[in-house]
Design a protein around this ligand. Sequence first.
Ligand code: RFL
Ligand code: PHB
Length: 390
Amino acid sequence: MHTQVGIIGAGPAGLLLSHLLHRHGIESVVLETRGRDQIESTIRAGVLEQNTTDLLIEAGVGERMKAEGAVHHGFELAFEGKRRRIDLTALTGHSITVYAQHEVLKDLVAARIAANGSVFFNVSNTSISGIETDAPSIRFTHGGVEHTLHCDFVIGCDGSQGVSRASIPSARRRDYECVFPFGWFGILVEAPPTSDELIYARHERGFALVSTRSPSVQRMYFQCDPKDSTENWSDDRIWSELHARVDSVDGATVTEGRIFQKNIVGMRSYISSTMQHGRLYLAGDAAHIVPPTGAKGLNLAVSDIRILAKALQAFYSEDRTDLLDAYTDTALKRIWRAEHFSYWMTRLMHRLDGVSAFEQRLQVAELEHVTTSHAAALAMAENYVGTSAV
Ligand code: RFL
Ligand code: PHB
């Protein structure tokens, strides 16, 4: 089997790259360990920056998002029993769109299939060789048969647990990591929205986030021990925790409903500052992880792909290698900005065990500052909507 670009992973990064390359007449094959049903139903991100929605629309895969996604012009910060609004659009001229990641994936899979794109689901034993040559290859098993995909480039879009990153010799890699001692307990709820906009709450009991998916399905999270189990949390216990953390003194309260999914995720920041080696390039979560507080992970994956698709296009149409050579340096500028913002917002909003009462009061002082100073609010808003990126 031969193709121009072999892509490992059918997450947002891999599928979007395959789609963009196709639009420029470049062939690719996508290999994915999970089934199509699985990738189209796994609940993850919800917030898309305007950079992301603009690219999806430009690439012809934004129709359903435009019809069904909800455009938000601000969000609320809840602390000390009150709620204060960050007016994203007044501050930056930009907005965000709440449209679930698995809906983006459905749109991308449909576009690849409509174009007769080659996507292999349920593959196993993926391994990469020859990345230091001009003819790398990917071996994989599909339907019980072993295959070798020969290609010009291998792109690792296989997320944080994939095989691609480990194919870069460790002597050439430099990794940076910070693991947070807390996680997020996430629920999906059948209920009308609590508020028109997202609410990020800082409370002595811990962080909470009220997000949405549709007029009848809400997404909520609260800070928890990453080693806790969903079995320890009855619906009543969840609601009393969310009320304690989010309800405000003016009587605004979290809307309850039937909880139909519960899960716990850990939180960490991670960067592999080598995103390319020979003919292997990493993109998205395969190269970097952010804690979800700043809603940046999917948007960063899309921004890597924007850079990489352009670089591959310059290679195939103009025989240029300069953009490919510069990929890591170009992408890392935005990645470090988003890493800093996500880390900052995580430490601003979460209960930090072991810090002094003085430092806990500093969190409140900083929240007062970002909700009263135009300059501080603008800095937060620019980062959140993604316009501070280079
Ligand atoms: P993905 O989505 O993990 O896709 C990688 C794919 O590769 C497959 N794979 C393999 N395939 C073949 N061979 C192998 N050896 C393979 N190993 C793995 C996997 O099955 C998978 O399908 O990575 P990608 O494309 O880089 O996309 C990254 C995003 O998924 C991620 O950053 C976001 O979900 C993060 N995130 C958020 N990002 C936002 O921009 N806005 C948000 O509001 C937001 N909220 C979130 C989030 C992540 C969360 N979790 C679950 C940590 C909320 C949460 C709770
Ligand atoms: C979500 O809706 O899943 C969501 C929203 C905002 C975040 C993270 C996740 O910061």
